[in-house]
Design a protein around this ligand. Structure first.
Ligand SMILES: *Cc1c(COP(=O)(O)O)cnc(C)c1O
Length: 245
């Protein structure tokens, strides 16, 4: 892992510089946004190398892989505490695998899923298995692509009152994925997410929507310039062949 660990470290320094510069362009300090290392395509040794390089927040998109990574890391000695979030499509029959493991679920894409997560958390709270509501983000299909999951902006506007009755979830913000390929469309998608958040926040001031999870390897600078508070980076972190700029 020696050579790989060095590469991940060097890549992290380059990513850090780009994140800081993008935040500065939008007049925000470095601590306005966090970097998540999306480890879905790599194994435990690569995650350990990323931890050594300084990453503390990881994302997985499949429940089985989340379980596998956490079990693998638990066998490693002397690691600092790290957090894993669930960022991919979640089927209701996999919710229990994620609860108690993911610190935040980024992919609450429908009222049906929100309700299913909430009721399972409430059951766990009632039996003393967990003490607090599950932090979640509401996934929004800002771009309207048919292939993307998430609330449409109109659905989300119409769902807020219902969502607020779900005691097992604690909504902390919004998440989106931009269409790949065209950076100006990606930017518009991120700006759309921020504008929707601002609108919802002014309509429901008691709602906590501080987190905007958006931006991936190809478009994280655009996302940060448009207000992202959490970029989810996979290839640029882990893939030595992904161009760094
Ligand atoms: C894979 C994935 C990412 C990271 O994608 P990269 O382009 O490799 O940075 C981010 N978010 C989600 C939901 C993903 O599934």
């Amino acid at each position: 892992m020696g050579g790989y660990e060095d590469q991940i470290k060097r890549r992290r320094e380059a990513i850090e510089e780009r994140v800081e510069a993008a935040l500065a362009r939008s007049g925000r300090p470095r601590d306005a946004a966090r970097i998540m290392a999306v480890s879905k395509t790599v194994g435990i040794p690569e995650v350990v190398a990323a931890i050594a390089a300084g990453y503390r927040l990881f994302g997985e998109n499949r429940p089985q892989e989340l379980v596998r990574k956490l079990e693998g890391l638990a066998r490693e000695q002397g690691l600092p505490a790290v957090r894993f979030d669930m960022i991919g499509n979640l089927q209701t029959n996999k919710i229990n695998a994620v609860l108690g493991r993911a610190s935040c679920i980024h992919s609450i894409s429908s009222l049906h899923l929100a309700k299913a997560v909430s009721s399972r958390v409430e059951r766990r709270m009632a039996s003393g298995d967990c003490g607090a509501a599950q932090d979640v983000l509401l996934e929004v299909n800002v771009s309207g692509e048919a292939s993307k999951s998430g609330f449409s902006p109109d659905e989300l506007r119409a769902s807020l009152d219902e969502l607020r009755t779900y005691r097992g979830i604690h909504v902390i913000g919004l998440m989106t994925m931009a269409p790949q390929g065209d950076k100006s469309i990606a930017r518009r998608t991120f700006a759309g997410l921020r504008e929707l958040r601002d609108e919802l926040a002014s309509r429901c001031p008691e709602l906590d929507l501080g987190e905007l999870s958006c931006g991936m390897s190809e478009d994280f600078e655009e996302a940060l310039e448009e207000g992202s508070t959490l970029v989810r980076l996979g290839r640029v972190v882990f893939d030595p062949s992904f161009e760094l700029k």
